[in-house]
Design a protein around this ligand. Sequence first.
Ligand code: GUN
Length: 281
Amino acid sequence: MAIIIDGKSLAKKIRMELKEEADKLKKKNIYPKLAVIMVGDDKASKVYVKNKSKACEEIGIQYEEFLLDANITMDELLNLIDDLNKRKDIHGILLQSPIPKHLDINKAFNRIDYRKDVDGFNPINVGKLVIGEDCFISCTPFGVIKMLEEYGIEIEGKNAVVIGRSNIVGKPLAQCLLSKNATVTICHSRTKNIHQITNNADILIAALGKPEYVKDSMVKEGAVVIDVGINRTEDGKLVGDVDFESVSKKASYITPVPGGVGPMTIAMLMNNVVKAAKMHK
Ligand code: GUN
């Protein structure tokens, strides 16, 4: 039976450390502040945003929410981002994804000042990550790396396989693993012989968004399995991209859903807001 990586407890420990850092900043009259923009009323996004605001409150990060109508124009969205870029009291700006299809999300991420881009989605931060410069790393990949490190799981020299190639998770995560000297393979919907590749993984990360897709037949004995998926089944149960029941019998470490990667994503967002506030002069 695998050791279960307790993302919930680890995230709490990180939030407590960040609270101390935020308190120190306040003594220097720096009040960390996050602005969150949400467009439309995507149900899952509402839950994520609520959790982010709760974490801000716990740490003592100020929080301002901008709820925009689903029919706004691209210019209106960009104007808001410009205003927030200029505001001296705001250190971090987050545009919750997804946004309605008539809006260009990449253009919006591009417009967020890279020094306030606590999600790490601005191409400047993406580029800095690739060439190994200090930058904002997107929160889910950052959280996954932190979990591996906190559990003393070696990355260097390991075969790491990431299933999923999204801009938010798969690609930056592969980059993070590469920067830690893993040998990285990215699998996706067009990958041939995926079982053969995943069975060679020392570290297997599922980030494809398909409920319980990774079965024990895809996992090498003793592999470390990280589940980034959050899917709701028809009967309302929350499941990941990994079939926890069977895979946990074969893996050496595994993350649960809920209570694994999810809380770590939010903790790393908080980390990035505190970092942004520290950089602020
Ligand atoms: N939607 C799902 N995950 C995320 C995230 O980490 N950041 C943003 N901005 N939107 C998301």
